[in-house]
Write a new protein. Structure first.
Length: 598
């Protein structure tokens, strides 16, 4: 084979003895087993690394304590920055956007190497104190494992792709010990529709992965929030409405802050990409120490801004935290998570989202209790531990619905965490209200918005093929990121020759200067009609350029283009109309319309 490396696949004798369906079922069992074991190892790595870090810091004098807790997350960020920049670019962020992109754009293929890097960098980043979660990375690692199994066992691309949701579901089931939520999350976030064909293999993997997790970590979910008694339907449950409103607004602020700061980091050329996660780690150290000293002053020192921080969430269930501590942790955790994620850290958003929702729920619950105590005009709101714990749970669900934007998963995951069904009515009301508010304020969910920010097209995603009114979507969901640009200083003859050699015969072309500034647009007809030694920039004199920004809706862009009789427009930055980000044509809009109608 002239030195060509032979691809390792399933032995032929195994192919002959097992049908395609039998192989798929057996491999779902294998994927569930491996994903469950990997998720448990990832949990242990983060838990024990942070436990060791905190023990080492807390046994030192105050000055060394502060130095250790500033240095650890900073060094972890530096390690992630170097790893992502030079070895594994896909190991930044939570891993769920990368999983979606691989499923739709790469046939579900995720390299096993990227999963290994994700495990190592995620363990270091979160285990050394940075304020992100482990559930998203667990999904990415598990999908990399199942993808490798699929490529080993199947030649059919459809079967290889089908292994991705199997790994995704197994990862969530093992990470949260919540198997039903794992299934609904995959349908809501990845598949965007319910398919009995996809369900079978996912159920097999989820059962195995959850069984492995429960055997090694115990029967309870990772976040212990068992409620001993049922709640009777009462007027106090109307607290779900202000909770839903607050979670919707704060969740939207969280998403916009993360996306905005992430975009700011990406555009800062003076700060090398491999240094950015270290800056986020240092910021987390400062915020974590500030929260620790403030809560210590308030009577109950809390380290929960560092790492995952579930211990404070469990204390909130028991009504053990004061209003001051809840507010401090909410603000500091919010800032730390945004800075960690936006700067390019390796970690997820599930745990931080639940944490923020729990703190918000505790604040609103205790706030109403205080109002009742002072004014005695809310007699229906009993200020006991059970009710405050219920508010914490309602806040968790509402914030999850607002940020992650999976409403059914947000209901089921709280039910699985508590083992209690009696809060389902206020939970549904608060979650749906938060989800609707967040969706209205930001139509594109956070994981899709992160992909768009990285220049990944979403045309193939079901949510962008008619599940919602495509005309309201931003043009960044369908625009082209790779464009063939002309130089304003080249001659028309040279431009035409370059177009011919490159086989880039389009209706029009953007004209971009050496400094990257957009100079205008010229059509191929204009080039051919005026060909010769004339410079391209001479064709642009007096041109009234039409452009749109990435957030412009498809409907508005189409109306502007039709009104000016333009078949294409450049997509430019909202802050700098001469910085070109992409290219939009009427054909792009027509393809999206046809996909939606079909």
């Amino acid at each position: 084979m002239s030195g060509e490396k032979k691809k390792r696949t399933l032995p032929d004798w195994m192919r002959r003895r097992m049908s395609d369906g039998q192989r798929f079922g057996a491999l779902c069992v294998l994927a569930g087993l491996l994903c469950g074991l990997t998720a448990v190892l990832f949990h242990y790595a983060i838990h024990h690394l942070f436990h060791w870090l905190w023990h080492e810091a807390s046994t030192r004098d105050p000055r060394e304590f502060a130095i250790i807790l500033l240095a650890a997350p900073t060094l972890a960020g530096l390690a992630v920055g170097i790893g992502v920049q030079f070895f594994a670019p896909e190991a930044a962020g939570s891993g769920i956007p990368q999983t979606k992109a691989a499923y739709y754009n790469d046939g579900g293929k995720i390299s096993f190497r990227s999963g290994v890097w994700r495990f190592v960098l995620g363990s270091l980043y979160v285990g050394l104190g940075n304020s992100l979660g482990r559930e998203g990375p667990t999904v990415h690692i598990s999908t990399a494992i199942s993808s490798r199994i699929g490529r080993w066992a199947f030649r059919d691309p459809a079967r290889v792709q089908a292994m991705a949701p199997v790994g995704m579901a197994a990862g969530i089931a093992a990470a949260f010990n919540a198997p039903l939520s794992a299934l609904t999350f995959v349908f809501e976030e990845l598949l965007d529709n319910f398919s009995m064909k996809a369900l079978g293999g996912m159920v097999v993997a989820v059962v195995i992965a959850a069984a492995v997790s429960r055997s090694l970590l115990g029967e309870d979910p990772v976040l212990t929030a068992k409620l001993a008694e049922d709640y009777e339907t009462s007027a106090w449950m109307l607290v779900a409405l202000p909770l839903g409103l607050g979670a919707g607004l704060i969740g939207h602020l969280f998403v916009r802050s993360t996306l905005g700061l992430r975009g700011w980091f990406k555009n800062r050329k003076f700060l090398p990409a491999w240094v950015r996660p270290a800056s986020g780690g240092l910021s987390c150290g400062i915020l974590g120490l500030a929260a620790y000293y403030i809560t210590q002053h308030l009577g109950d020192a809390r380290n929960s801004v560092f790492s995952i921080g579930y211990d404070s969430l469990e204390a909130a269930f028991e009504n053990e935290l004061t209003v001051g501590i809840l507010g401090t942790l909410l603000v500091m955790k919010f800032l730390a998570v945004v800075l960690n994620y936006a700067s390019g850290g390796s970690g997820g958003l599930f745990s931080p989202t639940l944490f923020l929702g729990g703190m918000l729920g505790g604040l609103i619950g205790m706030g109403l209790a205080e109002v009742q105590h002072v004014g005695e005009w809310i007699p229906a709101f009993p200020a006991d531990d059970r009710v405050i714990g219920g508010c914490v749970l309602l806040g968790m669900g509402a914030m999850f619905a607002a940020v992650v934007r999976c409403p059914f998963t947000s209901l089921i995951i709280i039910f699985e965490m508590t083992g209690n069904y009696s809060l389902i009515l206020p939970l549904m009301a608060g979650n749906m209200l938060a989800w609707q508010i967040a969706k209205k304020l930001q139509p594109v969910s956070i994981y899709n918005a992160l992909l768009l920010q990285d220049g990944v097209t979403l045309r193939r995603l079901p949510a962008y093929r008619g599940a919602q009114d495509y005309r309201k979507l931003p043009v960044q969901s369908i625009m082209s990121h790779d464009t063939f640009a002309l130089d304003p200083k080249e001659s028309l003859h040279s431009a035409l020759k370059r177009i011919s050699v490159s086989h880039k015969r389009y209706h029009a072309y953007p004209v971009v200067a050496d400094d990257g500034r957009l100079a205008g647009v010229v059509t191929r007809h204009e080039l051919e009609e005026n060909g010769g030694d004339q410079l391209v920039e001479e064709m642009l004199e007096g041109q009234q350029l039409l452009s749109v920004t990435p957030d412009t809706s498809i409907r508005d862009a189409a109306n502007r283009m039709i009104a000016r009789d333009f078949q294409q427009v450049p997509v430019v930055s909202a802050n700098d109309p001469r910085r070109m980000l992409g290219w939009l044509t009427l054909n792009d809009i027509a393809r999206q319309q046809n996909a939606a109608e079909s």
